[in-house]
Design a protein around this ligand. Structure first.
Ligand SMILES: Cc1ncc(COP(=O)(O)O)c(C=O)c1O
Length: 403
């Protein structure tokens, strides 16, 4: 029988205990005026989160999935358009694309960063599409569809290589909507701008999720979009609220996709701690790197490119035989996860897209070997040592087996 949990994959109890009084004060405030939807708490959080992301504007919504979908719709992606993204991401990225009426085109990831590979993106555009400089439209040759947007995913808290992605987007008239659902506070050094830029401050808009386990998590569902585009923010506010700017005056059909006031209040409380929590994650990640340094021939630790300051939403390593490692860690009471085991292009949900095994070799290789180790800001040094020791025991056994 497995040991009782010694190191959880994620500890969501401790941070809420630590902030209990402040979080309960938010509920009392909401009860005092029964302001549960919209109002000052939502507006305050939107202002604070925009500031945190170095963006002009923020629109709070019901989830990260809504954030992506509303951003694509408000940016002008039309039914039938193509939106490009990576097959190595959570399905919400592509659900949002399909639900905006668009078609998904996958482009493989880079093997070091696990994010959309700009070289593969360029290859897709140059080999499969024609650009009409007069109309400014990029058309996929085989389907005759217009390519409208790119959704780079800042996976595991590491940003995609945005400079070349933005250059390609500018050259071919494409919108860029960042999927920053795992990357609150992550930074990217833009050589072009000669400056560090935050996730959420580069593309036309960016989507964030506040699912409880995220770096900034609500106590329920929540999400937000950041943008510098005033008109787009207005459209997203209408889309989240049944297409109305004024009560019962509906300019279009929208959604019930608003952020609750209590969630916004809780997010404001937690936002004050986010920079500190991200630093704790970075310190833990660097310590994991050091602990595994001697075993580097047998375990691939996350690579942090010189142009990124990751916020380690997840600490994902690659090992052959990861199921055996997971079983050994579970036996020792240590939680793990796999993000994600089946690449999206091979999921049943996307059979109709007609992608075959081998279509995206980097994604497929990575998906077969990754395992996410415990990572949360409150993890103690002794908990981390416990994880590292068990991983090393597993790796030693593997080495011995090859002798
Ligand atoms: C990469 C990515 N995109 C989108 C989402 C969707 O966010 P939500 O679960 O808040 O809808 C998530 C979170 O689960 C995610 O990890």
């Amino acid at each position: 029988m497995a040991n009782p949990t010694k190191v959880p994959f994620l500890d969501l109890v401790t941070p809420h205990k630590e902030l209990e009084d402040e979080l309960l004060a938010v509920v009392k405030k909401a009860f005092s005026n029964a302001g549960f939807i919209g109002g000052p708490m939502v507006e305050e959080f939107e202002r604070e989160f925009a500031r945190f992301c170095d963006a002009k504007l923020c629109v709070g919504v019901n989830s990260g999935t809504d954030a992506l979908r509303f951003a694509l719709m408000a940016a002008g992606v039309e039914p039938g358009d193509i939106v490009i993204t990576a097959p190595h991401t959570f399905i919400a990225t592509t659900e949002a694309i399909s639900q905006a009426g668009a078609h998904i085109a996958f482009v493989d990831i880079n093997e070091q960063t696990y994010t959309l590979d700009p070289e593969r993106l360029q290859e897709y555009i140059e080999k499969n599409c024609d650009f009409d400089p007069q109309s400014g439209k990029l058309i996929e040759r085989s389907s005759k569809r217009k390519v409208a947007a790119i959704v780079p995913v800042h996976l595991y808290g590491q940003m995609a290589d945005m400079d070349p992605i933005m250059d390609l987007a500018a050259k071919y008239g494409l919108l860029v909507i960042e999927d920053a659902c795992q990357a609150h506070g992550a930074e990217y050094f833009s050589k072009k701008a000669n400056a560090w830029k935050k996730a959420g401050a580069i593309g036309k808009a960016a989507a964030f999720s506040f699912y409880p386990g995220k770096n900034l998590g609500a106590c329920g569902e929540g999400g937000a979009i950041t943008t510098n585009d005033e008109a787009m923010a207005q459209r997203m506010k209408m889309i989240r609220d049944h297409g109305q700017a004024k009560k019962y005056y509906h300019d279009m059909e929208g959604y019930n996709g608003r952020l609750d006031s209590i969630q916004a209040g809780w997010l404001s409380v937690k936002l004050q701690h986010l920079a500190r929590w991200n630093e704790a994650r970075r310190a833990l990640a660097h310590r994991y790197h050091e602990l595994f340094a001697e075993a580097k021939d047998f375990i691939v630790v996350p690579a942090e490119a010189a142009w990124t300051k990751g916020v380690y939403h997840l600490y994902v390593v690659r090992v052959p035989n990861r199921e055996t490692l997971q079983a050994a860690l579970a036996e020792a009471g240590i939680g793990t996860g796999i993000h994600y085991p089946i690449p999206l292009h091979l999921q049943k949900a996307y059979q109709h897209l007609g992608y075959l095994q081998g279509a995206f070799p980097v994604t497929e290789r990575v998906a077969a070997e990754i395992v996410s180790l415990p990572m949360f800001p409150q993890m103690t040094v002794s908990q981390q040592d416990e994880v590292a020791q068990k991983v090393e025991e597993f790796l030693d056994a593997k080495v011995a087996a090859t002798l």
